[in-house]
Design a protein around this ligand. Structure first.
Ligand code: EPZ
Length: 444
């Protein structure tokens, strides 16, 4: 009699990578996750239909759409045309639920628009995540400087503007926080008077938000610099806007070329947003050339070791650090990587060790001694970029790499498997049966 199969739980998705392919082909770049989420939040500043183009079909966009629906907006996202319409009514809600904020920290970016438009907001405090503590003090200090009363109540950040609404202020950011810059910029657009924001973030996603706000009728000066000057207006109008391309996705495809020694045409990527990244790839031996509709990366047969330190833009982006680490693990020589933004972003390094990487983590530094190749193993993604970097590292590992925690990757990449298969990679998704431990092998 054939023994009964062990009972299993509903499967767990994983990405299976078989290493050894030298990539060759074209990969596309959609609009930036780290811009579109804020553009969707900014739509709350004006009654009417905001139309965003180039919107990727990723989990985080779905979460933001759900958040806006719960605030009273209608949201339609057409995946085929990558168009998202946010129709904001005259009256919107002021509470962003814990359930959604917990799923996506970027939900905090409704704080500024709601406080400015309604004079109040209740937004669940996101707390830390896999990459670090993720403070909010700069958001709070800035809103207080604009006259808001801000406190935490039962896990919610509660803001209350003064009777006449927020007023202009001089705000100095102690650190060029992306999120704080965006929230304070959006809040200042409807504040009474002039707000000067000094020491702000200069990421291309900030410029994209400034472009949307100005198109909506906001008065913002200093685009692209570390000092933004905002003269508040009484009302903004809903507009149509195309999202800036995703430089982190573009960088992912660039590193995939470098790690496999392949050639990738990054279609729709903006090389000017990846200056420091291109420098580091060239220093590692890659060729990086701009072309009419993006850029092309030709990876070296064996990368040279380079040191990388993450910094706010235009420094090396922390979101591409895991990819630089994967490349360093394959380099000819030793390199040091330094993470200056998120204290826990080297958790990923230990998963890379499972693929045979030779490295030592020491606080915010990792010393990596490069090896000719890695060997496939089951690994676990702890966040979006770590997950994608494990898939890319698996492309250069002997045998099979199983990446678990795929849900993280889906938060920031449209269909990483299809994109890499389009470059010739042997990658697939599957659902692994999970033995039902509750039975503890009774039938074993
Ligand atoms: C944005 O996060 C991005 N997320 C992150 O990308 C990116 O890594 C980060 O900017 C830096 O470029 C989105 O845009 C949705 P910060 P954000 O405020 O806004 C500290 C990805 O993989 N800080 O610039 O949260 C904070 O703790 C994600 O796509 C305070 O101390 O980043 C961190 O150490 C991961 N107090 C540092 O500043 C504050 O009030 C940078 O944070 C605010 C921030």
């Amino acid at each position: 009699m054939t023994p009964a199969a062990a009972p299993t739980l509903p499967g767990v998705e994983r990405i299976i990578v078989t290493g050894g392919t030298v990539l060759d082909g074209t990969a596309d770049v959609p609009g930036a996750k780290n811009s579109v989420l804020k553009l969707m939040a900014a739509s709350l500043l004006a009654e009417g239909r905001t139309v965003l183009e180039g919107v990727p079909t990723i989990v985080d966009v779905r979460i933001m759409a759900e958040l806006l629906r719960r605030l009273g907006a209608e949201v339609e996202h057409d995946a085929a045309s990558r168009t998202c319409v946010v129709d904001v009514p005259a009256e919107v809600g002021h509470r962003a639920d814990y359930e959604l904020v917990r799923a996506m920290r970027a939900s905090i970016s409704v704080l500024g628009p709601l406080t400015a438009r309604l004079g109040r907001a209740d937004v669940a405090v996101p707390g830390g995540d896999a990459i670090g503590s993720r403070g909010l003090d700069l958001h709070v200090e800035g809103l207080r400087a604009m006259g808001a009363e801000v406190h935490v109540d039962h896990g919610y950040l509660v803001t209350q503007a003064p009777p006449g609404g927020l007023h202009g202020a001089d705000v100095h950011l102690a650190f060029p926080s992306v999120g704080a810059t965006e929230n304070l910029l959006m809040a200042a657009t409807l504040a009474d008077g002039r707000t000067t924001l000094q020491g702000v973030a200069r990421e291309p996603e900030i410029d994209d938000l400034v472009d949307l706000l100005v198109a909506m009728g906001a008065q913002v000066g200093g685009r692209g610099t570390s000092r933004l000057v905002v003269d508040g207006v009484r009302r903004l109008g809903a507009v149509r806007h195309t999202v800036v391309p995703d430089r982190v996705v573009a960088g992912t495809w660039a590193y995939a070329a470098a790690v496999t020694g392949g050639r990738v045409h990054v279609r729709g990527g903006r090389l000017e947003h990846l200056g420091m990244v291109a420098d580091k790839l060239r220093a590692a031996g890659a060729e990086v050339d701009a072309v009419a509709d993006g850029f092309v990366v030709r990876g070296p047969r064996r990368p040279r070791a380079v040191d990388v330190a993450t910094l706010p833009y235009p420094g090396f982006p922390t979101d591409l650090q895991p990819f630089a680490l994967a490349l360093a693990a394959l380099a000819d020589g030793s390199g040091v990587l330094t993470e200056n933004l998120f204290e826990a972003r080297f958790r990923f390094a230990h998963e890379l060790e499972r693929l045979g990487a030779d490295l030592v983590v020491d606080g915010s530094h990792v010393l990596v001694r490069g090896r000719p190749s890695l060997s496939g193993a089951p690994v676990e993604a702890s966040d979006i970029r770590a997950g994608a970097a494990l898939v890319v590292a698996g492309l250069r590992a002997e045998g099979t790499t199983e990446v678990h925690g795929v849900a993280h990757v889906d938060r920031g990449y449209e269909d990483v498997v299809a994109s890499l298969r389009g470059l010739g990679a042997d990658v697939r998704r599957d659902v692994a049966a999970v033995p039902d431990e509750r039975l503890g092998g009774v039938l074993g």
